[in-house]
Ligand binder design. Structure first.
Ligand code: BGP
Length: 478
């Protein structure tokens, strides 16, 4: 039976706006995520239209990776990481997104991060855009709704490829691009929220705006992929999706057909475009029913065809159930709607834990695309307890990860071509959905709290040594 490849990319994943801090240092401009207030479990974070200096927002300081990167990467190396997924903060490189020349200080910071990875033999895996469109582009263009943003992104992506591709082989064009199919994605991913001042769960549902924005992201992604392929043949370009598989709540054919339709537009639509290079057959009917008209320019179809990705990546946290009965619909997860599955337990945040769903998803994705896959986010958000001696006993996290790795192993034995695994928030960081520090994912605990206190010191959780062993045995000893 097949096992994990010898060169399997074990590692961890992060995002600039959730862990770097230093939100206005060295020429960095504000991004959409800098314009969100702190939130909590019960009080969702809000998008503001002015930065209030006294608004406590952990991501302005986050865990200050900006000044701790050497220490943090050394800890990743100690765990044996083969890869480290991080994103570049667009506004460190182009503070408003519209400059003609990049900010050298910003480029230097990522030179340092990359060089530090290379020093330890860690392969950098870079997300070009992870929930941080420059806020100036939101104000001027209503974010990705306007076609002008494509040029801004392409200029930015080319800058990264020109500067870093001598040391970086793997790039992802957009984090969780399919979040744009859902209202909350309009904020973080698309930035189509000009003039709005709202809580994250109150974003108006405007599919026309979101799908037009997505079209522009598809074009931008394809142009970046094409540029990489033409100029840097060793570079591999990937897409990145939320994959939250759905099960019919019952075997009632209405539930089954409804699940299929929901899967198409939520889980498959974006990757069908990015992997296959064209809009899928089912899109027309969906657009018609929703009254959506996508404005395309001559040449767009060609651009999509010529910019297909080399590998498919996804985040996997949960599965959901679908029912055709509107009374059964309920909101769960950070940006995903779904119905509880009576066979599954959920995290403290209501995310349904479903390791077997990962094996199922890997098989579904691979049978559709037949290109290498990578799980670039997975993990358990939990309220960890730091003991007086600095230890954190997170056996629940170990259980969660073990069960998911077991199922990845099954999928590999099934024949799926899986390249790597980077659990989310390998070091504690700020939650994307709530804006809290309290929801932790890491192998490394960071003393930083939602009230702004904490000395930012790092300590190893029990899961640290466990994951080190997993990597050392290439996933054999779990
Ligand atoms: C994904 C995002 C990440 C991350 C993760 C966990 O949707 O790509 O940025 O934060 O979810 O979500 P949360 O932070 O809301 O727990």
């Amino acid at each position: 039976m097949k096992k994990f490849r010898d060169d399997f990319l074990w590692g961890g994943a992060t995002a600039a706006n959730q862990f770097e801090g230093a939100w206005d240092l060295d020429g960095k401009g504000p991004s959409i995520s800098d314009m969100c207030t702190n939130g909590s479990h019960t009080n969702p974070k809000r998008l503001t239209t002015t930065i209030e200096p006294n608004t406590l927002y952990p991501s302005h300081e986050a865990i200050d990776f900006y000044h701790h990167y050497k220490e943090d990467i050394a800890l990743f190396a100690e765990m044996g990481f083969k890869t480290f997924r991080f994103s570049i903060n667009w506004t460190r490189i182009y503070p408003t997104g519209m400059e003609e020349t990049p900010n050298e200080k910003g480029l230097e910071f990522y030179d340092n991060v990359i060089n530090e990875c290379v020093k330890y033999g860690i392969e950098p895996l870079i997300t070009i855009s992870h929930y941080e469109i420059p806020y100036a582009l939101v104000e001027k263009y209503n974010g990705w709704y306007s076609r002008e943003v494509i040029d801004c992104y392409v200029r930015y992506a080319k800058t990264l490829l020109d500067r870093y591709s001598d040391r970086v082989k793997y790039f992802l064009t957009f984090n969780e691009i399919n979040s744009g199919t859902m209202p909350m994605g309009a904020v973080l991913s698309l930035g189509c929220v000009k003039g709005l001042n709202v809580a994250m769960n109150e974003i108006p549902d405007e599919p026309q705006i979101r799908y037009q924005g997505l079209h522009h992201q598809f074009i931008a992604s394809a142009l970046a992929v094409k540029y990489a392929h033409d100029n840097y043949p060793k570079v591999k370009m990937g897409d990145m999706n939320i994959f939250a598989t759905m099960y019919p709540l019952t075997c009632n054919p209405d539930d089954v057909v409804g699940t299929q339709r929901a899967m198409q537009m939520m889980n498959w639509f974006c990757s069908d475009v990015q992997v296959r290079g064209e809009y899928p057959y089912y899109a027309d009917r969906f657009f018609e029913e929703k009254g959506i008209t996508i404005k395309k320019e001559a040449g767009d179809d060609e651009i999509l065809k010529n910019g297909t990705v080399d590998f498919y990546t996804f985040s996997y946290y949960m599965s959901n159930c679908y029912s055709a009965d509107p009374e059964k619909q309920a909101g769960k997860g950070n940006i995903i709607m779904g119905i509880p599955n009576p066979y599954l337990k959920a995290s403290d945040w209501g995310w349904q834990i479903d390791p077997k769903g990962l094996r199922y998803s890997l098989n579904e994705i691979y049978s559709r695309y037949q290109i290498p896959l990578m799980v670039v986010e997975n993990g358990l958000g939990a309220k960890d307890v730091l003991e007086e001696d600095g230890s954190v006993h997170d056996s629940y996290r170990i259980d969660y990860l073990r069960q998911h790795i077991e199922q990845m192993r099954e999928a590999v034995a099934d024949g799926v071509d899986l390249m790597g695994y980077t659990p989310w928030g390998c070091i504690d960081l700020v939650s994307a959905s709530t804006g809290e520090m309290a929801k932790r994912y890491g192998f490394i605990y960071v003393k930083k709290y939602d009230d702004g206190t904490g000395d930012l010191s790092r300590s190893k959780k029990d899961s640290f040594d466990w994951y080190k062993k997993v990597i050392a045995t290439n996933g054999e000893d779990l």
